[in-house]
Design a protein around this ligand. Structure first.
Ligand code: SAM
Ligand code: SF4
Length: 329
């Protein structure tokens, strides 16, 4: 079988696909208060195009897809797209990253589809703080979704972006959520993908600092063995039902085992979160590329995947500053 392998021997089996660049929140670490300049609808990949790209990639060994955005649930007919994608038997895992505001009425349907896990972004357990971070009054809806998801059959992971001066005092509260709930709480280092670049921070809450903070609180912490390609390093407090993990998104110590590529909502192919985009798949599709031509292009592009995020960032020549909402987090 043809496969996607880079020149460092890393096999690519995981696609992160952004469903849209639109979002109903304005998280302060992701975009400016006034939002980002969204593109014209016709510039977005259609569901048919996304389906085809995913099928072609799955024939090249991609067996895991994460649907993200922007907020996937704000795009009309997202559930229908999910349903068609779940018929692709080559996909062993379909995961969704969501802000949780619109998922609640779809949970029962999601349980019947071939969905592996929901990653729910929730950066504070306190209403006022949550509203400040998201710049919307949405805490109640998101918390309801959290409770409903936790009771559902779906595997649940929580994404918490650790923000200096905002939610670092809640890190232990989040770990404590894993005491009675079978969830995976993941702390993410904040990155400068907010439409502006690096934010002013009092302290840098990187992997080591988050780790030391938690270790300081608990006398014993067990390491949980995870897949080699896992983005987070995972742990458990003895006898707790769930786990917690830390994602070194910015310090980038996980690049050696990277198995992923990204496609943005407008079809930009990214070999690495930190690169500037390699080519536009949408344009190739709309110019009539055959499946074989697409495969050749994917194989060739992946071969040139940069060794790590620092090299990718250096090669792009300009500082990273675009919004995570356009990249697909
Ligand atoms: N709207 C959905 C959500 O918030 O879950 C999906 C898209 S969002 C871009 C995907 C993930 O990226 C979220 O967990 C979000 O917290 C994270 N994210 C966004 N901007 C980030 C940044 N500057 N640094 C670290 N993580 C970020
Ligand atoms: Fe929207 Fe997700 Fe970005 Fe927040 S992190 S603004 S919910 S895309």
């Amino acid at each position: 079988m043809q496969e996607l392998k880079d020149k460092f021997g890393r096999k690519i089996t995981y696609l992160r696909l952004a469903i849209t660049d639109r979002c109903n929140f304005r998280c302060q670490y992701c975009m400016p208060a006034q939002g980002i300049n969204i593109v014209d609808r016709k510039e977005l990949l259609s569901y048919k195009e996304m389906y085809r790209i995913t099928r072609v990639l799955s024939e090249l060994g991609v067996n895991k897809v994460r649907l993200t955005g922007g907020e996937p649930f704000v795009r009309k007919d997202f559930m229908n797209f999910l349903e068609s994608l779940s018929f692709n038997e080559k996909l062993e895992e379909i995961n969704i990253t969501t802000n949780g505001a619109l998922i609640s009425s779809h949970i029962e349907k999601l349980e019947t589809l071939n969905i592996n896990a929901i990653n729910l972004s929730i950066d504070s357990l306190q209403k006022e703080k949550f509203d400040k971070i998201t710049r919307r009054t949405v805490f109640k809806d998101v918390y309801n979704s959290f409770e409903k998801l936790e009771k559902s059959k779906l595997k649940l992971k929580l994404n918490v972006v650790v923000q200096s001066g905002f939610n670092t005092d809640e890190i232990i509260d989040f770990v404590e959520l894993s005491k009675d709930k079978n969830i995976a709480v993941r702390f993410i280092e904040e990155m400068p993908f907010n439409g502006k670049g690096q934010r002013d921070m009092n302290e840098v809450w990187n992997f080591n600092k988050i780790n030391a903070h938690i270790k300081n609180h608990y006398p014993h912490i067990e390491t949980v063995l995870s897949k080699k390609s896992s983005t987070s390093l995972n742990y458990r407090i003895p006898n707790y039902k769930g786990t917690f993990g830390i994602i070194p998104a910015f310090t980038r110590t996980i690049c050696n085992d990277c198995n992923r590529i990204r496609i943005t909502a407008t079809g930009l192919f990214k070999n690495c979160l930190f690169d500037g985009g390699v080519f536009n798949v949408r344009d190739f599709l709309r110019n009539g590329a055959s499946d074989d031509e697409l495969k050749e292009l994917f194989i060739d592009t992946v071969h040139h995947k940069p060794e790590n995020g620092f090299i990718a960032e250096a090669l792009r020549g300009v500082d990273v500053s675009e919004s995570m909402s356009t990249i697909g987090g």
